[in-house]
Design a protein around this ligand. Structure first.
Ligand code: AMP
Ligand code: MN
Ligand code: MN
Ligand code: MN
Length: 280
């Protein structure tokens, strides 16, 4: 059997909460021998351009379009990756505009919540720090750390921004079904991102996968960053049980995080059908 091409279908650029530009991601991917790459910014596809496509071709990297969509399923925030979408599809362009608006209004709400808690910050300061990136909670964490109001980003999430904390403002994210509609209308494939990060019971996770399939979802991240082999196995079992293609992504945001390094992924278990078979 030929060796599978080294694939990374989940990483972030400066257009969301990553630190590398799309071109820097391409360079790093090339250094690491990645042959298939998708840049999956949170609710944005601004990383993609004709120039990037050309640069990827020069590096013999198959660049697949991607986006990590925020959505809501049973009052929980779920992340769904859209892969291989037509970025010029009107429904997708509209979706991107609506996600950008939702993110911006959530950022204003998070600012007010943190101010009420006694933190000193303004929305323009956060936007300045985010640069070209759409504002996410990591930007708030970074601001609180650099301004000396929190000792570390981890603590900022634990005390103020993480799941269930006041800064985890319930945004007006669309439903799972809406996001799957956007992805499939644009000819793409939907993948449940990091399924074990939601800390659901197995019963709950199965129920999510039932609904996900029902809505036209086709893939599940079996490899997500560094994971214990038992977890990879559990995800491979779910992929088989729900007849979902297996995807692989590091969730790389910045260098120096060994649990999420670009292109550093275990092999997809042989019993999984790789999602890239759909278009290669
Ligand atoms: P948002 O897109 O604004 O909902 O922020 C979610 C992002 O925050 C994730 O993609 C991670 O990059 C980051 N994140 C979530 N939880 C934590 C945490 N506990 N510590 C550091 N970063 C986190
Ligand atoms: Mn992120
Ligand atoms: Mn995510
Ligand atoms: Mn991600």
């Amino acid at each position: 059997m030929p060796a599978l091409p080294l694939t990374d279908f989940h990483c972030h650029s400066v257009f969301s909460d990553g630190v590398l530009t799309p071109l820097e991601l391409l360079d790093l991917a090339q250094q690491r021998g990645v042959r298939q790459l998708a840049i999956t910014d949170h609710d944005s596809v601004r990383a993609y351009s004709p120039m990037l496509t050309k640069q990827a071709q020069q590096r013999q990297i198959a660049l697949v379009t991607g986006c990590e969509f925020s959505c809501v399923w049973q009052r929980r925030n779920i992340h769904v990756l859209g892969l291989n979408m037509d970025l010029s599809h009107p429904s997708l362009m509209q979706a991107m505009a609506s996600q950008a608006t939702a993110r911006q209004s959530r950022a204003a709400k998070i600012t007010r919540v943190l101010q009420r808690l006694g933190f000193v910050l303004t929305l323009p300061e956060i936007q300045k720090l985010a640069g070209v990136g759409s504002i996410g909670r990591p930007h708030f964490a970074e601001y609180l750390v650099t301004s000396g109001q929190m000792p570390s980003a981890a603590v900022a999430f634990k005390r103020a921004l993480g799941s269930g904390k006041p800064g985890d403002v319930k945004a007006d994210w669309p439903s799972l079904e809406t996001v799957l509609g956007w992805i499939t209308n644009a000819g793409g494939v939907a993948v449940v991102a990091h399924p074990l990060k939601y800390k659901m019971t197995l019963t709950k996770l199965r129920s999510l996968l039932d609904d996900f399939r029902q809505a036209g979802g086709q893939g599940i991240e079996v490899l997500t960053g560094f994971q214990a082999p038992a977890r990879v196995n559990a995800l491979a079992d779910l992929a088989l049980r729900y007849e979902l293609y297996g995807s692989a992504g590091s969730d790389f945001h910045r260098p120096g995080q060994p649990w999420a390094e670009l292109g550093r992924l275990a092999a997809l278990p042989e019993r999984c059908t790789p999602i890239w078979q759909l278009w290669t």
